[in-house]
Design a protein. Structure first.
Length: 107
């Protein structure tokens, strides 16, 4: 199986923290210490560094996200463990209800 070319998020976020937000280094150290960053980890780092944005920016950024099977399974496990319906999980992770329904059907 060929490995997809993917940005080195650890290096990118480390540089951002080092240059622009050195006061947030301790807050993000645990996530940056992971061997592999999942899409959920990247979203969490983004939220910790830049804070929450307005709704329009969230919608635009959501269109650019992609999830691998591991990330999808984590989201579905989160749903199961917290006994949430598709609407609640979609709202929590910034997804559409249709995406959640599709993932539930596939997995």
């Amino acid at each position: 199986m060929e490995k997809q070319n993917q940005p080195n998020y650890k290096l990118i976020y480390s540089d951002i923290i080092e240059k622009k937000f050195p006061h947030k280094k301790a807050e993000c150290e645990k996530l940056l210490g992971k061997k592999i960053l999942s899409a959920m980890d990247i979203m969490e780092l983004n939220k910790r560094i830049f804070g929450t944005k307005n709704q329009d920016a969230k919608k635009i950024n959501q269109k650019l996200r992609s999830y691998n099977e591991t990330d999808i399974m984590r989201i579905l496990d989160y749903q199961k463990n917290h006994r949430m319906n598709n609407v609640q999980v979609a709202e929590h992770f910034g997804l559409s209800r249709n995406t959640m329904t599709k993932w539930r059907r596939i997995f």
